[in-house]
Design a protein around this ligand. Structure first.
Ligand SMILES: NC(=O)c1ccc[n+]([C@@H]2O[C@H](COP(=O)([O-])OP(=O)(O)OC[C@H]3O[C@@H](n4cnc5c(N)ncnc54)[C@H](OP(=O)(O)O)[C@@H]3O)[C@@H](O)[C@H]2O)c1
Length: 290
């Protein structure tokens, strides 16, 4: 099947300045999309936009540090002002923090960037997405979510921070959030919500701030033949959820190379409901949305 023509579609893509997102941004622009590429660094943003100048579509850079809730709200306002319609909101930005750090809002950094920023940005842009229906929300999660558990008594690991557990927990939150969002929207509202496992992609910058043992493990694993997914293949998985016609209809799916069943905890209705309420509280919004 030929790739979907994305002319006239506006795709918001966070984490577009590096790794999987950078590759996906280029592919989306090649297919004609207007890519609202979100990142922290103006220079990397300008390079990304310049590299896509010859493409059928365009890449327009929007600067935002997603660690800060006020910046997420400002980004939402900027996107609403910049585009009359939003066809896709793709949350791909992510990090793995080697040491426990708190954001300006007093929230553990991994949870803030990987989960709370997508929660808040989706909430702030939901009306525009619904008005642009058919529209999609896409979340880059990870199969590492299977090793985590959501301990609501110590969600931000104040007591005993473990970098890999913090990362895996944020990815479990990504999957649980996506499934809950899909359920709340419903199957016929014209906005789908799906998430993906891009594979293990050792060639990205994801683990640059991770603990030394994690960085070493990733480097060694990346040298083993047959281990890992290329950036190109990972980006294709992301582009598939953003562009393929089936994910304009199917919702609440978790997809890798093929469709996967998420961990039980991500599917558990009580856990999802509690995560939704806690997330709303952490970002200071009414949980009664969409
Ligand atoms: N690599 C893997 O093996 C793997 C496996 C499963 C899932 N994933 C997921 O894939 C997604 C993309 O990661 P990647 O592997 O491509 O890593 P990457 O190369 O480090 O890209 C991460 C992107 O997130 C952005 N980002 C990080 N913190 C941010 C912040 N505070 N505000 C705004 N943007 C921020 C980065 O911006 P800068 O350019 O400014 O740093 C970068 O564009 C992540 O959600 C990750 O969890 C990756």
């Amino acid at each position: 099947m030929p790739p979907t023509d994305l002319t006239d579609r506006v795709v918001v893509l966070t984490g577009a300045t590096s790794g999987i997102g950078r590759r996906a941004a280029a592919t989306l622009a090649e297919r004609g999309a207007t890519v609202a590429a979100v990142g922290r660094d103006r220079e990397r943003g300008a390079t990304l936009a310049a590299e896509s100048e010859a493409a059928a579509g365009t890449v327009r850079f929007h600067r935002a540090d997603l660690a800060t809730q006020s910046a997420v709200r400002d980004l939402a306002a900027d996107l609403r002002d910049s585009y009359d319609r939003l066809d896709v909101l793709a949350h791909n930005a992510g990090l793995s923090a080697g040491a426990r750090t708190e954001t300006a809002d007093g929230i553990e950094l991994t949870l803030a960037v990987n989960h709370l920023a997508p929660y808040l940005l989706t909430r702030e842009l939901f009306d525009r997405l619904a008005a642009s229906a058919p529209a999609r929300v896409v979340v880059t999660a990870s199969d590492l979510h299977r090793r985590a558990t959501l301990d609501f008594d110590d969600l931000e690991m104040a007591a005993d921070y473990d970098p890999l557990e913090a990362y895996a927990r944020s990815k479990l939150a990504n999957v649980a959030f996506t499934l809950e969002l899909a359920d709340r929207i419903g199957a016929d509202a014209g906005v789908t919500a799906n998430c993906l496992h891009p594979g293990f992609v050792p060639s990205t910058n994801l683990f640059r701030d991770a603990a030394l043992r994690t960085r070493l493990a990733v480097r060694v694993a990346g040298l083993l033949p047959g281990v890992g997914t290329t950036r190109r293949a990972a980006a294709e998985r992301l582009v598939r959820l953003i562009a393929a016609s089936e994910y304009g209809e199917q919702t609440g799916r978790y997809v890798g190379e093929e469709e996967l069943t998420p961990a039980d905890e991500a599917r558990d209705p009580e856990t999802r409901k509690q995560l939704w309420a806690v997330s709303a509280d952490r970002v200071g919004v009414d949980p009664d949305w969409p």
